[in-house]
Design a protein around this ligand. Structure first.
Ligand SMILES: C[S@@+](CC[C@H](N)C(=O)[O-])C[C@H]1O[C@@H](n2cnc3c(N)ncnc32)[C@H](O)[C@@H]1O
Length: 304
């Protein structure tokens, strides 16, 4: 275990040894898998009925169209693989962690909104939140921006598989988005982060965790946040999310931008998901409302 990581967590989040112990022991536990139903292709009732034949046990989560899924009998490994079911191959559902579906929930309050908005999904590949945005804002135009050209093939494939309409793909860096002053009605920034969540997949990856790397990524997040704030219309809302727990990439990014542009926005909701409390991987969401224009200085160089 990376001692610096443990120290940081203890100092920032856990007052007692016991609290830390509960948190650490939760990391070895099995977290329930969740699936999100693709309502563009099938209704939840029909899919739930179809999945019964594989002996999957489904129960609702707090998220609309997202279900916990477990096998109630022991089958061999191949049969256990959800990915091999016809329903998955048809993209009637996909496997998405509970936390990952929460960004769109917090932006929309789970209400389907038929108004026509212009929405920017600032860091969109592989597109799980883009396709979910399309579900919650069926009449909106969604700009799915992905800076990394290498990651756009996956984004396009997922948008097509999910039958998401009204999505326009762009490939810009934050310097370009910055120039789109007060253009969008809503923005989602699911920011690149230091990937602390990877601990749940490969604990050894945490040996690379250190504060220097965290601060470097926080600098980028701050730039993205600022460009995003500038691109949002006054009076409208945006959502910032990361799959890291540390405060440097979360609260501090928000506080630093607010210090730079005092009174420019207010926080509407903020939530941190914990594995030992919320039974999901860690995740952080903040919804804000823009209160006034930001006096932003453009850099001369644009990286496209
Ligand atoms: C957490 S992932 C987004 C996941 C996506 N929202 C989803 O739900 O499927 C963060 C994304 O930020 C992109 N990214 C990395 N550096 C960036 C930058 N400088 N500007 C904009 N996006 C960047 C990454 O390529 C990655 O696709």
């Amino acid at each position: 275990m990376n001692s610096k990581f443990i120290e940081y967590f203890k100092e920032n989040f856990f007052k007692s040894e016991n609290d830390l112990k509960i948190f650490l022991s939760s990391l070895d536990k099995h977290l329930k898998k969740t699936i999100r139903i693709n309502t563009n292709k099938i209704s939840p009732d029909i899919l739930l009925e179809r999945l019964k034949k594989y002996n999957y046990d489904l129960s609702p989560t707090f998220s609309k169209n997202v279900y916990y899924i477990e096998r109630w009998e022991n089958f061999d490994e191949l049969e256990k693989r959800l990915g091999f079911t016809l329903e998955h191959l048809m993209w009637f559902f996909y496997i998405q962690e509970l936390w990952a579906s929460s960004s769109v929930f917090y932006l929309s309050d789970w209400k389907i909104d038929e108004t026509n908005y212009l929405i920017l999904d600032m860091a969109s590949s592989p597109g799980w939140k883009t396709t979910q945005l399309e579900e919650f804002y069926p009449n909106s135009f969604i700009v799915a921006n992905e800076f990394s050209r290498d990651r756009t093939a996956q984004l396009i494939a997922n948008i097509e598989r999910m039958w998401s309409e009204n999505v326009w793909l762009t490939c810009y860096n934050w310097q370009f988005i910055w120039r789109l002053t007060e253009t969008f009605d809503k923005i989602l920034l699911d920011a690149p982060c230091s990937w602390e969540w990877i601990w749940f997949k490969a604990i050894e990856s945490l040996k690379y965790w250190n504060l220097k790397n965290v601060k470097k990524i926080a600098d980028l997040q701050e730039k993205l946040f600022e460009s995003w704030l500038n691109a949002l219309k006054v009076g409208w809302e945006m959502l910032y999310s990361t799959c890291t727990m540390n405060k440097i990439e979360n609260e501090w990014v928000i506080e630093n931008v607010l210090r730079k542009y005092p009174d420019s926005f207010e926080i509407i909701t903020q939530k941190r998901f914990w594995p030992h409390i919320d039974n999901t991987w860690w995740f952080f969401v903040t919804r804000i409302k823009k209160l006034k224009s930001v006096d932003y200085k453009f850099s001369k160089k644009i990286e496209l």
